[in-house]
Design a binder for this molecule. Structure first.
Ligand SMILES: [Fe+2]
Ligand SMILES: [Fe+2]
Length: 235
């Protein structure tokens, strides 16, 4: 069953054929190579990174949802302020597809920690999605949007307005999330003297706001509260 958030985003795509093609892939994000079928973590629980950004359970969904919002805001600017024309279907397709195979490169060990799969030793998420999009006969314009989403660090820079918007939305959201996690890790380390692993965005924001409200004492309290919650969750 496709997560309702992903379904709602996919439903924004007006072109019926494209929408159906994307939903089909979202519902079954597996990859076959050399006669072997690879299935990764489910999209609903996967992180969207292992250390830098969205590196916690559910991070993938948050990253896609937030990138979609940012991308739509950029579409509005582009059209309403700069007077340009944007194909929103292409943008939404790019946002939904760009990291769809990241979860395929992650594995969850029995102790709950995350690592990289064997497939990830040989292929990165960008190469996997591009091969799959070609195999499934997706339009070239979408292949470009996805292929350019890493901007200057990827195989090709954005050459269309839609690819630029998708790249910027991805970049802004990863940066936004990474900065929040980093700040909270730093505050927790300074307040209690040790690292708090696997912080979610919500926990990180709790820590950051506790600093503004009650200073270092507030941070120590927030860290304690998070630890207690985690323990009761485990029990
Ligand atoms: Fe990516
Ligand atoms: Fe991304």
């Amino acid at each position: 069953m496709l997560h309702p958030k992903l379904k709602a985003l996919a439903n924004k795509i007006r072109d019926k054929k494209l929408r159906e093609k994307i939903i089909e892939l979202l519902e079954n994000p597996t990859f076959e190579i050399g006669g072997k079928k690879y299935t990764g973590l489910p999209l609903e629980i996967s992180p969207a990174g292992l250390s830098h950004h969205h590196s916690y359970q559910g991070g993938y969904l948050e990253h896609v949802a937030s990138s979609a919002d940012i991308a739509l805001a950029l579409c509005n600017s582009m059209e309403k302020i700069y007077g340009g024309k944007v194909n929103r279907d292409l943008v939404m397709a790019g946002v939904l597809l760009h990291d769809i195979f990241k979860p395929l490169t992650y594995v969850k060990y029995e102790n709950g920690s995350l690592g990289k799969t064997r497939l990830a030793d040989y292929m990165d998420h960008l190469s996997i999605i591009i091969s799959e999009l070609v195999r499934r006969d997706f339009p070239l314009e979408i292949i470009h949007v996805v292929s350019a989403h890493h901007g200057e660090y990827g195989p090709i820079r954005p050459r269309t307005v839609e690819a630029l918007i998708c790249h910027l939305a991805d970049l802004i959201d990863s940066r936004l999330n990474a900065e929040i996690l980093n700040a909270a890790r730093y505050l927790a380390r300074r307040a209690v003297g040790e690292e708090l692993f696997g912080l979610t965005s919500k926990e990180a924001l709790e820590i950051i706001s506790s600093k503004s409200v009650e200073g270092w004492e507030g941070v120590a309290k927030a860290v304690e509260k998070i630890r207690r919650k985690r323990k009761t969750h485990k029990a």
